[in-house]
Design a protein around this ligand. Structure first.
Ligand code: GLU
Length: 373
């Protein structure tokens, strides 16, 4: 039996395949998921739902059959599909006197510390009010052509789980766990019940593939589990077709694949890890050594600054060979840093004026790049 006695906050992610059938929304499936979430809430857990299916729903309403690749169409289908999805959830939850709340986010909401803190307090309030917040990526405005997107809801659900300090992320999918190879093609494929470390071997078991309307596959699920793991959150990948799956999982039944959490990094470290870098600072060998020894970065160690960023934004720091060393919150904008290249800390004031910090960033403002996926 698995022990989830310390779990309080759970993020459940359901994929498009699970929620839609040939006619559109699978109302029965939605009812079952809501019934199970209601039971989790009765048992005292706080539950956040991450639901895909907006684009798939929109496509089905307009009788679009092929995969939706054209970006404006994905945006339009998401705008059509998400309210339909939400109204099904609201209807299903209302049988249990539960109110559903819609939360649409973009990657930049989590990148920006102010909006992230804002989101966190909104979610805490929604949970305190007893509602079930239902997250989706705001596909209408958040498209790959703009860049900086979650790209799939597996990754988004893991980032949400990490940011809001969830203890357990449950990824419900149409496969019952992570196998050593494709169980449909290989009769010797074995399911992994517990994963402690997400090694290259484990990653090699999963080949990324989604359906016509969704983007996730086993690979994205493992990458998501890695994000959750760094956030101190366990992940279970299991089949949403299993009867009463959520309650059975939380009671410790060994269904699906459990990916164990690492010890939880601080909220600030997690924010730095999950934020996408706005630019790159290339440092020389001396500065690299200092950084690896947990020291601050001084302007004299900078070789080059790539991209445009403001102070207090997250940047990637690499050595001169392009190896990523860490991510950091910089005290200077890219243009200020360019003016400081090769100069000593004592010269900052004469170059940029009074009242500026004497280091580019301190060790507390960084997170090692190996955590990033
Ligand atoms: N946000 C997309 C939708 O609701 C789904 C993304 C995914 O498949 O992971 O349709």
């Amino acid at each position: 039996m698995r022990d989830f006695s310390k779990v309080k906050r759970i993020v459940v992610k359901v994929g498009t395949n699970l929620l839609t059938n040939e006619n559109g929304i699978d109302e029965e499936r939605i009812k079952r998921i809501c019934a199970e979430i209601a039971e989790l809430k009765n048992l005292g857990y706080q539950v956040i739902l991450v639901s895909s299916g907006a684009i798939g729903m929109g496509a089905k309403v307009l009788k679009h059959k092929s995969p939706v690749v054209h970006i404006p169409l994905r945006q339009a289908f998401a705008a059509i599909g998400n309210p339909i999805l939400m109204s099904s959830y609201q209807k299903a939850f209302s049988s249990y006197n539960i109110v559903a709340a819609q939360v649409l986010i973009t990657r930049s909401v989590l990148n920006n510390r102010k909006s992230y803190v804002n989101l966190r307090s909104a979610v805490s309030t929604l949970l305190a009010l007893g509602t079930v917040p239902i997250f989706n990526e705001n596909d209408v405005v958040s498209t790959a052509e703009i860049g900086n997107v979650f790209g799939d809801n597996d990754r988004m659900s893991a980032m949400v789980a990490s940011k809001i300090e969830a203890d357990l992320l449950i990824l419900l999918t149409d496969i019952d766990g992570i196998y050593t190879s494709d169980p449909k093609k290989d009769k010797d494929a074995k399911m992994l019940h517990t994963i402690d470390k997400i090694t290259d071997d484990v990653m090699s078991y999963a080949k990324g593939k989604g359906s016509a309307f969704s983007t996730g596959g086993m690979k994205t699920k493992l990458l998501a589990a890695k994000i959750a793991k760094d956030g101190g959150c366990a992940t279970i990948i299991a089949s949403g077709y299993e009867e009463n799956i959520l309650v059975r999982l939380i009671k410790g039944e060994e269904i699906g694949t459990l990916i164990l959490p690492s010890s939880r990094l601080s909220a600030r470290e997690r924010w730095i890890i999950d934020a996408s870098a706005n630019g790159t600072i290339i440092v020389d060998d001396g500065a690299k050594k200092a950084l690896l020894n947990n020291k601050s970065l001084l302007p004299t160690g900078i070789v080059k600054v790539i991209g445009n960023f403001n102070e207090k934004e997250v940047v990637l720091v690499t050595d001169s060979y392009g190896n990523g060393l860490l991510k950091a919150v910089t005290n200077f904008s890219s243009s200020d840093l360019r003016a400081l290249i090769g100069h000593k800390s004592q010269e900052i004031e004469s170059i940029l004026g009074k009242g500026r910090r004497d280091v580019v960033f301190r060790p507390e403002d960084t997170s090692p790049v190996e955590h990033n996926v």
